[in-house]
Design a protein around this ligand. Structure first.
Ligand SMILES: [Zn+2]
Length: 311
């Protein structure tokens, strides 16, 4: 699986795009090489297949910025840093989650237990255990990166904390160009899921992030997957609409009897999903259910189980 990445040298002036194939999901991931005030920045590092590592050879990079801890963005970080001698930068919250997910021996079991608690059938929840343990050793993130905060600058690029798709997601902004990771994608709605030990209301975070993009109104956004987003503010408005619609569908799927996140996900997404897609659907459903709870449109069931009722 995997293969050497391809670099589009003259993507736009000051920005090069480096694309790696992925075995699943969107089938590719983009990294970006940016001109800074003094040197060059690499944003994200792919999944880190052995074949991808050749892409770092001969690359002149002074700083590496990781947008978020998902495997297709941080997996190649250690090798990229070793090959280029660049310093890795990551938001503190994102680094903490990166260590928890990719650096703890029992994370897959904890995730599976959490999904079971939300009503996911045992085979669907436990399927992730073997897979999680198989993938984790390949995700070679970098220990003790330089920790970023909202408003920092890295070689002239402003760091924006834009949570929602991931709690510690950052983007870089300069002269109307937003290098946005998975905050905005052109063709698909970025996943906004609730996961164990995450911020309590990721959908509220994401809706604030989208409002912020509407206000910033950058000229273009370069995402981690797919084509550039030519009208970022307009795309952000579309995604707000999408989530408002999904919130309403979620509210309608509730009843007086408690329903688990799994049951509501079947109402929203049907019952035909593969185990990995089911887990994404449950996480996405839970982010909407929790947002409804915070807004007063749903209640967590009072008998102590992890289930929801109409409010
Ligand atoms: Zn991604």
């Amino acid at each position: 699986m995997g293969g050497a990445g391809s670099i589009e040298r003259a993507f736009v002036p000051g920005v090069e795009r480096l694309t790696f194939p992925l075995p699943t999901g969107p089938r590719h991931v983009h990294c970006y090489l940016l001109d800074g005030d003094e040197g060059r920045l690499l944003v994200d590092t792919g999944l880190g297949f052995p074949a991808d590592e050749r892409a770092w050879e001969g690359l002149e990079v002074d700083s590496i910025v990781l947008t978020h801890m998902h495997p297709d963005h941080v997996g190649g970080a250690e090798r990229a840093a070793e090959t280029t001698w660049a310093r890795v930068h990551q938001l503190g919250l994102d680094y903490d989650q990166c260590v928890r997910v990719w650096g703890s021996a029992d994370w897959p079991e904890r995730m599976a237990g959490w999904f079971r608690a939300h009503g996911v059938p045992t085979p669907v929840a436990d399927e992730l255990i073997e897979q999680g343990h198989a993938v984790a050793p390949f995700i070679r993130f970098v220990r003790e990166p330089r920790l970023l905060r909202e408003g920092d600058r890295v070689d002239g690029w402003e760091v924006l904390w834009l949570p929602g798709h991931a709690d510690g997601h950052v983007a870089l902004l300069r002269d109307g160009v937003l290098v946005c990771g998975d905050v905005l994608l052109a063709g698909i709605s970025p996943a906004v899921g609730l996961y164990p030990e995450s911020r309590p209301d990721p959908l509220a975070d994401y809706l604030s992030t989208l409002e912020r993009i509407v206000e910033l109104a950058p000229d273009v956004a370069y995402p981690g997957h797919g084509e550039p987003v030519r009208e970022p503010a307009e795309r952000a408005r579309e995604l707000v609409e999408h989530h408002c619609g999904r919130l309403e569908e979620t509210r309608v799927a509730l009843a007086d009897e408690p329903r688990t996140g799994y049951e509501v996900s079947v109402a929203l997404f049907g019952d035909e999903l593969s185990p990995p897609l089911r887990r994404f659907a449950v996480a996405e459903t839970l982010s909407h259910l929790e947002h409804l709870v915070f807004r007063g449109g749903a209640a967590r069931s009072s008998d102590g189980s992890l289930a929801y009722t109409a409010a």
